[in-house]
Ligand binder design. Structure first.
Ligand code: FAD
Length: 499
């Protein structure tokens, strides 16, 4: 048999996507294949993308990255969840915590007992059963315990970091493992006449980079996957209508909290991501319902500190590439699609694209079955995340035109199915391999004030369970465990300072 191994990979783009791919491939391929990355400082990166979700820990661990060094190098903070302010209606707030609600004390999930007590008049919010929330509220942080009998095992966490510093950190990692970086602007993509596969990318000045496999990390424009290969794009703005953002960092108040905040505004929402050295802010909005000047004013009016620099405008189309992998090109990052940053899922989608690429790594035959599978799994993942995001918009009681519009819009069938289950019986219907699991769906459904008509009938049959006492003692233990945790600042000062 002839040798059909991939000999060289060319990555176009050096944002978070490009350097995550470069680092992961360098680690996985162990020098057996040439890896080149081309990026253009003149074009730059998108520069936002600073909040993540818990699986990122696994990405860093797979690369063998030391967590404390990583937090120090990226001015990072820990993230225990997202606080949603004004989403259900004005003046309302809830927390989507990482981890679970308490520890189930019975076969029946805890939230059904909570629902029964609620129907009897107990107004304790669900989040009071989340250690992640109680710790976040008090500015505390500690990594979870691996002992599942401990309440400290019920929280999970992710990171908030400076995107530019993260890319630089990964660049150092990748270059140390043999990745070659070229500075330059790609001006042409040359295809093989016989099958339309990409043969090389041509740089300004005439130099060319040839490869067997091309990874398009060029950002929204999709230089390879769209401009050269015309993979197509499914526009999802009828479900996720926000299409612009304006972003600016600001100075800190005193303390950096271990969570991201998302505050609903008249025609969009504003993120607040506290890092060690500054706070990242941005207003995501819908251009059909407000204008750029108003959106910028709303952003600046809601900063906690002095802005650092001038607000930057960004435009996007929510949706996904029809084919993420086309011929010998795989799109990763913004080149693959964009679902808006409400639940910090974009960097995660980069991570899972890399995992999938390695699980389905091709040889030079590029069996179409391999890319069909890659595309099938990726499309499914995008659709499931999309539905979770739509839920946040759809289940609102606000009265401005954009919010009324999204409350009335038709929603995808799988989301309607999940909502029917929760509304009817308080049951969750996440699929086993879905990124967002029952506890995540529960946080947002309950948080957005969807009140189920019934709770699980097993609750009333399990007469031996003294639920009010169990719930009260759980709240008590959670409060005690959170009180014993260090503040996030103390934790970082103690563990994550650069030498
Ligand atoms: P980019 O950062 O745009 O990088 C593209 C690269 O391609 C650059 O290096 C550029 O120089 C290069 N390039 C382009 N054209 C050429 C050319 N012709 N020649 C050579 N090089 C070229 N994600 C999260 O996970 N959490 C968040 O909180 C979050 N917030 C976001 C908020 C907003 C408003 C937006 C728009 C996105 C957000 N994201 C978030 C998404 C996140 O920013 C991206 O997923 C992430 O930064 C990866 O971007 P990228 O590397 O694909 O693209």
């Amino acid at each position: 048999m002839s040798d059909r191994r991939i000999r060289s990979v060319v990555i176009v783009g050096g944002g978070t996507a490009g350097w995550m791919v470069a680092a992961a491939l360098a680690q996985a391929l162990q020098g057996s294949c040439r890896i080149e990355l081309v990026e253009s400082e003149q074009i730059g990166t998108i520069g936002v993308g600073e909040a993540t979700i818990p699986p990122i820990k696994l990405f860093n661990q797979t690369l063998g990255i030391d967590e404390n060094a990583f937090i120090a190098a990226t001015q990072g903070t820990f993230k225990l969840g997202i606080e949603f302010v004004g989403w259900a209606h004005r003046g309302h707030r809830y927390f989507h915590p990482f981890g679970t609600y308490g520890a189930d004390f019975d076969k029946v999930p805890l939230h059904h007992y909570w629902l029964r007590e609620r129907m009897r008049g107990d107004r304790t919010p669900l989040q009071d059963y989340s250690l992640a929330w109680v710790a976040a509220r008090d500015g505390k942080f500690s990594p979870p315990s691996s002992d599942r009998r401990q309440v400290l095992s019920t929280l999970d966490y992710a990171y908030q970091f400076d995107a530019g510093l993260y890319a630089a950190f990964l660049r150092k990692y990748a270059e140390a493992r043999g990745v070659r970086r070229t500075e330059g602007r790609v001006v042409a993509v040359e295809l093989r006449p016989e099958d339309g596969f990409i043969e090389r990318v041509r740089l300004e000045g005439g130099a060319a980079l040839e490869g067997d496999l091309f990874i398009d990390c060029s950002g929204f424009r999709g230089l390879l996957i769209e401009e050269a290969l015309h993979a197509g794009y499914d526009d999802w703005r009828h479900w996720l209508p926000c299409d612009r953002a304006v972003a600016v960092a600001c100075e800190h108040g005193s303390e950096f909290v271990p969570y991201t905040r998302s505050t609903a505004h008249e025609a969009g929402w504003q993120w607040r991501i506290p890092l060690q050295h500054r706070v990242g802010n941005g207003h995501v909005y819908c251009s059909a319902f407000t204008d750029d000047d108003t959106a910028t004013r709303v952003l600046l009016d809601h900063l906690d500190g002095q802005p650092l620099g001038t607000p930057r405008a960004l435009r996007f189309t929510t949706g996904r590439r029809r084919q993420f992998w086309h011929r010998n090109c795989v799109a990763v990052g913004l080149a693959a699609g964009f679902l808006e940053p409400l639940e910090s899922t974009s960097i995660h989608l980069i991570q899972t694209a890399i995992t999938r690429l390695l699980a389905l790594f091709p040889d030079r035959d590029f069996d179409p079955l391999t890319r069909t599978e890659f595309n099938r799994l990726t499309a499914l993942e995008y659709e499931r995340i999309r539905d979770f995001l739509i839920l946040h918009y759809h289940a609102n009681q606000r009265d401005e035109p954009m919010w009324r519009h999204v409350a009335r819009m038709e929603i995808p069938e799988p989301l309607a199915y999940k909502l029917a289950h929760f509304r009817g019986h308080g049951r969750l219907a996440a699929e086993p391999l879905e990124l967002f699991q029952n506890s995540n769906w529960l946080a947002v459904m309950a948080g957005q004030e969807i009140h189920p008509e019934r709770y699980d009938p097993l609750v009333d049959l399990r007469t031996q369970v003294d639920a009010p006492a169990r719930l009260a003692s759980l709240r008590q233990v959670i409060a005690e465990v959170a009180a014993a945790m260090p503040s996030q600042r103390d934790y970082i000062d103690r563990h994550c300072r650069a030498p």
